[in-house]
Design a protein around this ligand. Structure first.
Ligand SMILES: [Fe+2]
Length: 334
């Protein structure tokens, strides 16, 4: 583990004398904390172990996005803000405290996946290069359209109201945030700029419900809102799950983009970075958009990765049946 974490810190350009703070809570992921501290020491960094009292697990924390005990812990916040890099094992990411720490200049890496997955999806410079190329194309486009054999045909119109996002699994610049093990790009349409229908196919994944669909589920979308969800029992189950949040903003279409990680598998393992990052997927999402500068902070957040799609940016086809086509986006040998 120390060896794997040291390679990750080296990719994050941790230099001798830099301050690496490792943020954790209680016994949760303490093995990761100890290994990161040891790995950072091997790179001659100064280490700070910020271990908060408490007992909630990473899974618990993931369900409480945006809320964390740092809000009432100025002493720990001061330590984190003085660091050059923060390893977030607490899942303080996606909160006001995350922005505060990054605004102070620290780069921040969220790590809470299972070790087998971290290892298998350890990032590379090649992943960064391809993800950046994907990001530039997506951020520069006016339109994204995608389709699949189940009947999807939907268009996202872009303007420059919102920021785009890329995750390549490491943080090599001051103030940057990322999530190990991610590989994906994402963007929001302009307000009202999503129209068409998405038909998720059997075998596509529903996060965070963590299931594969056994039958197609259709989302009819007009002006950026899901107006109906059709299908069989699974469509009804999904709709009921969304309605339990009692928040009409759950029906807003959120980000769109695709996965870039060739190490990702189409499985339901861990917290689900595999399916979200799966190379050549289309990642369709409903619900919150604050990460992109929007105002929808509904707690109902669906990430819906789909395989075997076709996709176009403006008039160029970039994905054919789940294969990335442009040379700069394609992984070696894929
Ligand atoms: Fe999402």
């Amino acid at each position: 583990m120390i060896e794997v974490f040291r390679r990750q810190l080296a990719l994050c350009k941790v230099r001798p004398g830099e301050v690496v703070a490792v943020l954790s809570m209680g016994d949760s992921l303490r093995d990761y904390a100890r290994a990161f501290l040891a790995a950072a020491r091997q790179l001659d960094a100064q280490v700070v172990d910020v271990n908060l009292q408490g007992s909630s697990s990473a899974e618990d924390r993931l369900k409480e996005f945006g809320k964390n005990p740092l809000a009432s812990d100025p002493e720990s916040m001061a330590k984190l803000k003085q660091a050059d890099m923060v390893i977030d094992l607490l899942v303080a990411s996606f909160s006001e405290q995350e922005f505060e720490i990054r605004n102070a200049g620290a780069r921040m890496l969220l790590v809470c996946e299972e070790f087998e997955i971290l290892k298998r999806m350890a990032p590379t410079l090649e992943l960064k290069r391809r993800t950046e190329a994907s990001y530039e194309r997506l951020a520069g486009a006016k339109r994204f359209r995608f389709a699949n054999a189940a009947g999807t045909d939907i268009t996202y119109e872009f303007d420059h109201q919102y920021r785009s996002l890329m995750e390549y699994g490491f943080v090599d610049e001051p103030g940057r945030w990322d999530h190990w093990p991610a590989g994906l790009v994402a963007r929001l349409a302009m307000d009202g700029g999503v129209n068409g229908r998405v038909v998720m196919n059997r075998g596509d994944i529903v996060y965070p419900r963590m299931n594969f669909l056994n039958e197609p589920v259709e989302f009819v979308i007009a002006a950026g809102q899901v107006t109906s969800i059709r299908g069989g029992k699974e469509a009804d189950d999904l709709k009921r799950w969304m309605d339990d949040y009692n928040d009409p903003r759950a029906y807003a279409v959120s980000h769109i983009g695709w996965g870039t990680h060739t190490g990702a598998e189409w499985t339901l393992k861990g917290i689900g970075m595999d399916g979200r990052s799966y190379y050549g997927n289309v990642l369709f999402s409903l619900g919150p958009n604050v990460e992109f500068g929007g105002t929808n902070d509904t707690a109902c957040h669906l990430d819906l990765p789909m395989r075997d799609c076709d996709a176009w940016l403006d008039d160029e086809q970039i994905i054919a049946n789940g294969r990335l086509l442009p040379k700069d986006l394609r992984a070696i040998g894929r």
